[in-house]
Design a binder for this molecule. Sequence first.
Ligand code: NAP
Length: 325
Amino acid sequence: MKAMTQDKYGSADVLNLREIATPGIGDNDVLVRVRAAGVDPGVWHLMTGRPYLVRAMGFGLTKPKVAVRGRDVAGVVEAVGASVTRFQPGDEVYGTCESGSFAEYAAAPEGQLATKPANLTFEQAAVTPISGATALQAVRDSGRVQPGQEVLVIGAAGGVGSFSVQIAKSMGARVTGVCSTAKASVVRSLSADDVIDYTAEEITANGRQYDVIIDTAGNRPLSLLRRALTPKGTLVLVGGEHGGGPMLGGFERQLMAPLVSVFVGQRLTGLVARERATDLDSLTQLIEAGEVTPLLDQTYPLAQTPEAIRHIEAGHACGKVAISI
Ligand SMILES: NC(=O)c1ccc[n+]([C@@H]2O[C@H](COP(=O)([O-])OP(=O)(O)OC[C@H]3O[C@@H](n4cnc5c(N)ncnc54)[C@H](OP(=O)(O)O)[C@@H]3O)[C@@H](O)[C@H]2O)c1
C-alpha cells in the first residue's frame, strides 16, 4: 500500500511517500480502508519529536517507533479480528488508529472506532475524532459546563476551539470566542454569542469574567487567565504552544495549574485527552442532531501531506485540515 512515512524525526521534509506492507491486525483490531485522515498539531509533534516530552512518552527516543504519521481516520472496514463484535467488512467508521492513517490502510483497536456520522463526508468525519473528543472532554468533563453559564473559548477558530464553541452552545452556555480579526465571522457562524479579536484587545480588557475558560491557544500566563475567571470559575488548559520550551513545549502551564488550584477558589485544570469510542458515539449524536458540524479548512491529497502539516505548523488554521486518500 502507499503510505506517508518517515525514518527520522525532523521537519515535513523528512516525509516520504512509499510502498509498504499493509498493517496486520490482532484479534481486537479492525483493518480500515482509509478514505480520509485528519491533521492536527499532534501530527507535527510526533513528526518532529518535539517537545522532547513526546519521545519520553514512548513514541521513540531517537526515531519514531511507528513510521507512518496520522492518527485520525475515516474509512470503510476491510477486515476484522476474531474478537471484534461491533463492526463488519463494509461498515463506514471513524476514529483513531495506531498504525498511521496517512496510508491506504490503517489498523485500529475496535475500542477507538465508531460508526461514521451519516451526514458527514469522509473528510469531515476524519477531522473529528481527536479535536472533537478533546473539545467534548474539555467542555463536558473538565469544564462541567452548565446551561446559562458564560464560557470563553480561546482559539475559537482552531481545531479544538471550533468544536468547543459548538459543544458548549449545545449544552446551553453563552459562548464568547477569541480569535484573530479575519476569523470573527467564522466564529460567529459557529453560533458564538460574542467574539473577542485578540489582535485588538486582550481577553481581560472589557473586564468581563467567565464561569469556564477553555484555553486552546496562545500560552497566556495563568495570572492573566485567572483575572478573566469568576472567583469560583473553572479553567481548562488544553494547549497553546506559543513560546513553549524544547523540553515541555508549553505543557508547563498544564503541570502548574493543579498546584496553583490548591491555593485558590478557582478550579484550574490541565487536560490530557483520551481516545475512546464512547466519546465518538456522543459526538455522532451531536453531529447527526445538527448541533455540531466539523469546520473543514483545507483538504490535501496524500502526496501533499508535507504541505498540509506546514499549514498546521503555522498555527493559524481556520478549523481542520484533512488528507484525502
Ligand atoms: N490536551 C490535549 O489532550 C490536547 C489534545 C489536542 C490538542 N491539544 C493542543 O491544543 C492546541 C490547539 O490544537 P488545535 O488542533 O485546536 O490547533 P489549531 O487548529 O492549530 O488551532 C490553533 C488556533 O489558535 C489560534 N491562536 C493562535 N495564537 C493565538 C493567540 N495568541 N490567542 C488566541 N488564539 C490564538 C489560531 O487562530 P488565529 O489564526 O485566529 O490566531 C488557531 O485557530 C495545540 O497546542 C494542541 O497541541 C491538546
